[in-house]
Design a protein around this ligand. Sequence first.
Ligand SMILES: Nc1ncnc2c1ncn2[C@@H]1O[C@H](COP(=O)(O)OP(=O)(O)OP(=O)(O)O)[C@@H](O)[C@H]1O
Ligand SMILES: [Mg+2]
Length: 289
Amino acid sequence: MTNEPLIRIENVSFSYQVNHEQQIPVLHGVSFEVYRGEHLAIIGHNGSGKSTISKHLNGILTPREGDVWVNGINTRDKKRMHEIRSLVGMVFQHPDNQLVATIVEEDVAFGLENIGVPPEEMKQRVDFALESVGMSAFRHRPPHHLSGGQKQRIAIAGVLAMKPQCLVMDEATSMLDSFGRQEILAVVRRLHREGMTIVNVTHHMSEAAAADRVIVMEGGRIALQGTPRDVFAQHERLRELHLDVPDASRIAAWVHREVPAFSPALIHNEEVVAEVNRLTLKRAEASGS
Ligand SMILES: Nc1ncnc2c1ncn2[C@@H]1O[C@H](COP(=O)(O)OP(=O)(O)OP(=O)(O)O)[C@@H](O)[C@H]1O
Ligand SMILES: [Mg+2]
């Protein structure tokens, strides 16, 4: 059972029911797995179905056809919805829409109250969650006075208080300035290092480059998947899918055209810096200085 993926998405199709007559088909036979402890990124053009598939990962939506299994529980099993939501927590795009209480610590405790966690344990879990996102000092503040990045950290704390195995983020950094985005990414990096499974739906290719694996959606199907290095090497295919590559990949491809010794297969900024240093050193050695 330990090698069983945390989440299994099997042949999932889904349509939004607009009214009695009209359905909008959005997902078409999507299958993939989320492995325990991995950091998975989901990218794709606007409207490709990323948010719809993410909402299937903890039963907010259930498939029209196919199945989603979370830790072996079918998300159609409504009696076990609390368990599913505790295992897989979600953070969305708009920080303001996710805050429900007038004081930070009450907001973080909100989900716990709903599942009837005893007060002493609730306090411990709120302490732990606020500590994990570096927001303990703000526990008695009203959340609407916080910056966007701080609000998203509170939203993450609310999820962490539930002791989930997986954190799903749907464009959770897209409303934030660069500083707020870095705050969230630092928290997520730490959680992942400590063993949390991460699913990050993002428009930022540099965020996808930091994942273990990337799934590319198009028209409600998986168009491409693999390691970030393999996916971002396919510049042409990504262009067809209206997607960019990380800045590092674009710079590396450009320098490679001018300087063939410069590796084109780079996806991280630090790799570009290291490659410049490597070639500079090599030239210095060749010229005997
Ligand atoms: N509640 C809804 N009712 C009807 N159609 C919807 C609903 N939500 C999404 N859609 C449609 O489903 C398709 C997929 O939407 P979804 O939000 O999953 O895409 P996305 O990849 O997350 O897009 P974005 O990058 O803009 O966030 C789109 O065509 C969208 O218009
Ligand atoms: Mg979306």
